[in-house]
Write a protein that binds this ligand. Structure first.
Ligand SMILES: CC(C)(COP(=O)(O)OP(=O)(O)OC[C@H]1O[C@@H](n2cnc3c(N)ncnc32)[C@H](O)[C@@H]1OP(=O)(O)O)[C@@H](O)C(=O)NCCC(=O)NCCS
Length: 190
């Protein structure tokens, strides 16, 4: 799949998922700049300059060929303008068709199922169009909202890594969640 195919928007019941453009800078900064949003992202909140750099990179899409290739999609509500968050998938092993999924949303749009709806669409895109065999997520063990989201994606908890990381708050633990394409009836080319 090439960047041109990636540029085609994905439409769900309430959302549109598409590549970021430079016009999305304010919307991205509105959530990526919040300390409470960055809490579980293992990095500081992003200032406007950093958001602009990130949009420049992810706005091009991806060829989805090599380890580390990443597809990040802006999530927009169909009923109001603007970007409310993003979902992303990263190729961790091209040979073994393993990919990591992630999500970041503005808290103003939380609690209505938008993140779940977007992540489900990206999960299905990863399995059906990107040829992913196993999709996994690594989440902070205190990130209970993401834990529930993983379960809504039919992911199983495969590992609990105890104090495998450290930040200025102390030791951190992680869960690894995963699901196979065939487990959700989404197998592409096996
Ligand atoms: C993780 C994150 C995306 C979860 O947000 P969220 O609002 O809980 O997720 P959703 O948008 O899918 O909403 C789900 C909630 O809406 C509720 N809901 C209300 N209306 C709904 C509807 N029509 N459809 C589905 N769910 C609905 C669900 O019951 C659920 O609530 P619950 O978890 O208390 O049971 C958000 O907290 C976030 O962006 N956090 C910061 C970034 C982050 O930590 N990313 C992960 C790093 S690994």
């Amino acid at each position: 799949m090439d960047a041109t195919v990636m540029a085609r928007p994905v439409t769900t019941e309430r959302l549109v998922l598409r590549l970021f453009t430079a016009d999305d800078l304010d919307d991205m900064h509105a959530y990526q700049g919040l300390p409470e949003v960055a809490r579980f992202l293992y990095r500081p909140p992003r200032d406007r300059g950093r958001c602009a750099e990130v949009i420049e990179r992810i706005g091009k899409g991806t060829s989805w060929k090599e380890d580390g290739d990443n597809l990040t999609l802006a999530v927009c509500r169909r009923d109001v303008p603007g970007v409310i968050g993003e979902v992303q998938v990263t190729l961790s092993s091209a040979y073994a068709r393993q990919a990591e999924i992630g999500w970041v949303f503005h808290p103003d749009h939380g609690g209505r199922g938008y993140a779940t709806e977007a992540a489900l669409a990206l999960r299905d895109l990863a399995f059906q169009q990107l040829g992913v065999h196993r999709l996994f997520a690594r989440i902070d063990a205190d990130n209970t909202a993401s834990e529930r989201l993983c379960e809504r994606l039919s992911m199983r908890r495969e590992a609990h890594l105890i104090e495998n990381d450290r930040d200025d708050r102390g030791w951190g633990s992680e869960y690894v969640y995963a699901v196979l394409a065939r487990e959700v009836g989404s197998a592409g080319t096996e």
